[in-house]
Design a protein around this ligand. Structure first.
Ligand code: SF4
Length: 194
């Protein structure tokens, strides 16, 4: 039954997707701490990033309620990942759309507690033309509740280990990465199924 979620992910733009055991999800405080120090430019901008998420402790409590998750990746040319282009924003939008779409599909299949996580700042991806995140600064409703999902890194998820468990090679791409040296990178998302 969960294989339908894999099919959904790939049909909608994921390069690959796997069902994993939640026992294999490593949550590490120091990874979430890196959002604050050295401070990420997205820190505090939205309700999807620290300090506005429940962090590693909250995620560990969540994990107690779930047995399985869908982990997926989108392979992306490095030259797009390190750019500030519209293509980069589009890929991050796709990441959130797939993650939220898996969550919706899982709920329709009878997993009412399905919960999706993605990456990147939803402020930059969905609300870049708005002054502030409406949830954080105006105590209001999210403008994009159907697709904007919380950050994996803000919860301390060890993505490198997840990639290893999925059997996927991971080349770390940061802003200074030379696309000629590392031509492809990956974005990834996680959906808890329960
Ligand atoms: S209102 Fe915009 S910035 Fe705030 S959580 Fe929703 S999508 Fe993110």
């Amino acid at each position: 039954m969960l294989s339908e979620l894999i099919e959904y992910a790939i049909k909608n733009g994921a390069t690959d997707a796997k069902i994993i055991s939640t026992r294999d999800i490593a949550v590490e405080d120091h990874l979430a701490d890196m959002c604050r120090d050295p401070q990420c430019e997205n820190y505090g901008l939205s309700k999807s990033c620290p300090p506005n998420v429940s962090g590693p402790d909250g995620f560990r409590r969540l994990l107690e309620r779930y047995d399985h998750a869908v982990f997926f990746k989108i392979d992306v040319p490095t030259e797009i990942l390190v750019s500030s282009s519209e293509d980069r924003l589009e890929i991050f939008r796709l990441l959130h759309e797939i993650s939220a779409g898996i969550e919706h599909s899982a709920k329709e299949m009878g997993f009412p507690e399905a919960l999706a996580f993605a990456g990147g700042s939803c402020k930059k991806i969905f609300c870049h033309d708005q002054l502030v995140c409406r949830v954080v600064k105006e105590d209001g409703m999210c403008r994009h509740p159907d697709i904007a999902r919380a950050s994996m890194s803000g919860h301390g998820l060890n993505v490198a280990k997840l990639m290893q468990i999925a059997g996927w090679k991971m080349d770390r791409v940061i802003g200074e990465t030379d696309p000629d040296a590392i031509p492809m990178g990956s974005l990834s998302g996680l959906v808890l199924i329960g």
